[in-house]
Ligand binder design. Structure first.
Ligand code: ZN
Length: 83
């Protein structure tokens, strides 16, 4: 325990704080880990469909590794070109 002197004393206690640490992100297409040397590298698709929509109440949350993200980008551009 650490004490400070002054007008009002403060009292400190060491506490362990439980945190949620990200330890893994897995690609939703190929199943590979998205972990790089010091971080995670991935893209995300997040959709929170609104009331009355076809997917009312659904929450989509997908993660894609770099390789799959690049393939998706090609596919998106193909779809864009076909419209
Ligand atoms: Zn992948």
């Amino acid at each position: 325990m650490l004490y400070e002197k002054g007008m009002r004393m403060k009292k400190y206690e060491k506490r362990l704080v439980e945190t949620n640490e990200l330890v893994e992100v897995t690609c939703d297409i190929c199943g590979k880990s998205c972990k790089s040397d010091c971080d995670f590298e991935y893209s995300s698709l997040i959709a929170d469909w609104g009331f009355g929509s076809k997917h009312d109440g659904e929450l989509w949350h997908y993660h894609f590794c770099m390789d799959c993200s690049e393939k998706l980008l090609v596919r998106i551009n193909e779809l864009r070109g076909s419209l």
